[in-house]
Design a protein around this ligand. Structure first.
Ligand SMILES: [Ca+2]
Ligand SMILES: [Ca+2]
Length: 376
């Protein structure tokens, strides 16, 4: 088995043909020739064949590596988050104030596709200091707490605003001037019910304020209710513990001696987010599990500043929004942040728009895939 390779050029001594399967190929590496030239033709053939097989095997390994390793490589990108790498959709809603008791809160929203910002309550006249807003699932309504404007003594009430096709309409007061503290409203997943807190008692009502139903009458103060994804169970806080109201029965979901927790937010069928006060007295974020597995702290918590107000993007498997006093953010006070849980990197929402955060307090993020964003 010896083939000439004249077509490789005049110096055919430097080329030898070998057979791989039924296909003659030429190997033009000088050392093959010099190693093989004192051997019988059969050995020359074998030497060429071994090298050829090695080359083919190396090419196959390279092809496999390129095919299968490339996705892992691109997914493992760990550079800082940027506007283009973040690539989120929907609308983020939040509020900004000097302080809770200053009655100067404004609602803001960001179109996450463009980074555009809009002050939601810019043209409203009937509400003072709207805060802690939450979208309905269809993104066409929002509930929040605030006080009716023009009162001698302000009174926390729950309001709803509906999208009118171009802007967020003047809000409707769902709890009225009742002299009670009406706070912490959140929609049910189907958007038909609002859960909130009236003078420390959890209650539900229709989105027109009808059919008020009280859930924790005679129980200790109950706060920050949030519907679980199944639309039936209710997460809430009581006595610094995370509680669950399920089938009319209350149970403690999370408790640890000496540590306080609050602000539970449902994620998916298995998990919820909550805030926990650390021994350093700074808040940190945790992921809890309905089945009793031990809650896990998130990677970006700090003993130096507070981390609170979590809200999942989609089901929260990849990204969550939150609030922090991270001193590396140039704006002061609390600021809106986003965390990439996969690559373990965080960024100020200032990467989307430099005006997203300010030297005031930015708090209470809530996200919707369908949230309506005002035109102009
Ligand atoms: Ca009230
Ligand atoms: Ca700030």
């Amino acid at each position: 088995m010896y083939y000439s390779c004249h077509y490789l050029g005049a110096d055919s001594q430097l080329a030898r043909a070998v057979v791989l399967g039924n296909l003659p190929i030429c190997v033009r590496l000088p050392y093959i020739y010099f190693e093989a030239r004192q051997e019988p033709v059969g050995v020359r053939y074998m030497a060429g064949r071994v090298v050829a097989v090695r080359v083919v095997v190396a090419l196959i390994v390279l092809a496999v590596a390129i095919t299968f390793l490339k996705p892992f490589d691109s997914g493992a990108q760990k550079g800082p988050l940027t506007k283009s790498s973040l690539n989120l959709k929907g609308v983020l809603l939040y509020h900004r104030y000097t302080s809770y008791s200053a009655w100067d809160s404004n609602l803001w929203m960001m179109d996450l596709t463009t980074g555009a910002l809009a002050q939601v309550n810019k043209n409203w006249t009937s509400v003072l200091s709207p805060m802690n807003a939450h979208f309905s699932a269809d993104g066409k309504s929002m509930v929040f707490m605030g006080s009716q404007s023009g009162l001698v003594e302000n009174d926390w009430d729950v309001f709803i605003s509906h999208w009118d096709g171009g802007t967020w309409a003047e809000p409707i007061n769902l709890t009225g001037l009742n002299g009670k503290r009406d706070e912490d409203p959140k929609f049910s997943p189907n958007g038909e019910t609002v859960i909130y807190k009236e003078n420390g008692v959890l209650a539900t009502m229709g989105i027109d304020g009808s059919s008020k139903t009280y859930l924790t009458v005679g129980k200790p103060e109950s706060s920050m209710p949030y519907f679980a994804k199944n639309g039936k169970d209710i997460l809430f806080e009581r006595n610094n513990l995370i509680m669950l109201l399920k089938d009319g029965q209350e149970k403690t979901l999370w408790a640890q001696e000496g540590l306080n927790a609050y602000y539970p937010i449902g994620m998916d069928d298995e998990r919820y987010l909550f805030t926990q006060v650390q021994a350093s007295r700074h808040d940190r974020l945790m992921i809890g599990y309905y089945d009793g597995r031990e809650a896990q702290p998130l990677f970006f918590n700090s003993d130096t500043w507070d981390t609170s107000d979590p809200y999942p993007y989609e089901d929260g498997k990849r990204y969550i929004f939150y609030v922090s006093g991270d001193v590396s953010v140039i704006q002061g006070g609390y600021n809106l942040m986003v965390a990439d849980l996969k690559n373990k990197v965080v960024a100020s929402m200032g990467i989307m728009n430099p005006e997203a955060n300010s030297n005031l307090e930015e708090l209470g993020p809530a996200w919707s895939a369908n949230g309506k964003f005002p035109k102009n």
